[in-house]
Write a protein that binds this ligand. Sequence first.
Ligand SMILES: *[C@@H]1O[C@H](CO)[C@@H](O)[C@H](O)[C@H]1NC(C)=O
Ligand SMILES: *[C@@H]1O[C@H](CO)[C@@H](O)[C@H](O)[C@H]1NC(C)=O
Length: 393
Amino acid sequence: MAVTEAGCDLTYCKMRGIVAVLTAFIKERKMGLNDFIQKLAATPHICQQPSVSVWLQGLFLLLVFQMYLSPRSSLAEDTQIKPCDFDYLKIIGKGSFGKVLLARHRETTRYYAVKVLQKKIILKKKEQKHIMAERSVLMKNVQHPFLVGLHYSFQTTDKLYFVLDYVNGGEVTQGPVLCGGDRQDLKPENILLDSQGHIVLTDFGLCKEGLEPNGTTSTFCGTPEYLAPEVLQKQAYDRTVDWWCLGSVLYEMLYGLPPFYSRNTAEMYNNILHKAPVLKPNVSNAGRELLEGLLQKERCSRLGAKDDFLELKHHSFFSPINWDDLMAKKLAPPFVPSVSGPTDLRHFDPEFTHLPVSASLCSDSAAVTGSVREAAGAFPGFSYGPPSDHAFM
Ligand SMILES: *[C@@H]1O[C@H](CO)[C@@H](O)[C@H](O)[C@H]1NC(C)=O
Ligand SMILES: *[C@@H]1O[C@H](CO)[C@@H](O)[C@H](O)[C@H]1NC(C)=O
């Protein structure tokens, strides 16, 4: 058996490396799969040793995929999750497709935000694709520290359910934030605070997935105030559109209104296309310089066009930030929302929380188990979570 510099049995070293990486991965559960594979590839004991047998690598990858795909909560032991597994306590949000409810899992007493969408309305508005995109964006980002995590998705004959992390610290209104991942529709309402004051990005309803760094697409995505010039002009756009969007949100956080804002939408669009952003001096030089870079109308000269996220990370505006600590949630949040516990709903709009919770959320449970697959018709592959429900690899 070959011997390494360290003087120990090669196989043992490799196994130890594998176990260490695996343990760290299981412990953290917050790394994306790509990051994980990259880290794996950079771990000398594992991948740079040609003698690691192919089957061992295969087995290992299989294990990793299985862990990555399996839900992270203890609900995992359930064979099939269904609407009646939850008590629906309050409505915390409402939109055209359905509602978001604070719910408690009966068995574990854990709190979740359950988003319930009406299939009929989605079909009528031809939004199936967006809903499926939302689901897969949520699934991909299941481990990111600053993205709302999807624990389960399931469906009944007439409704779709997303079981999400519950956060009740309210919306972000102040302070600089940065995109946590790609493709979310970044706007202040979608940046929430958890009870410790860490940000959580949510709502992936109308997003384009999976743009490669050089890829372009021309599908509409976004809120009017934050639309980039190339999107308004229906030109092809790429990832740099996110940096524009970030610039717009950051501008609003620093100055109180979106850049180029006008009540008259036509005028606002004209401003977006042709006017320079107004940068009053009550924001630091670094801040104004950052906004100027992000709000470049020409996407090729926009900050982030060359080196993507790295360009921002190294900008002087962020020089006080230790990014590793930030990702590990070791930085003390500048604002800690006051919440007394999970059922403290003071940061939600009373317009929602005062609404009565419909009993029908759990009424057609008898139909659930048998009908999941036929009803899947319009939303095939929507259900996610219970390991038995996975068509695994
Ligand atoms: C993306 O573009 C850069 C330069 O613009 C180039 O160096 C790189 O190879 C491209 N990557 C891909 C995947 O095409
Ligand atoms: C800058 O001034 C505007 C009013 O002109 C105010 O709304 C905004 O909060 C100020 N921003 C900062 C960072 O002080």
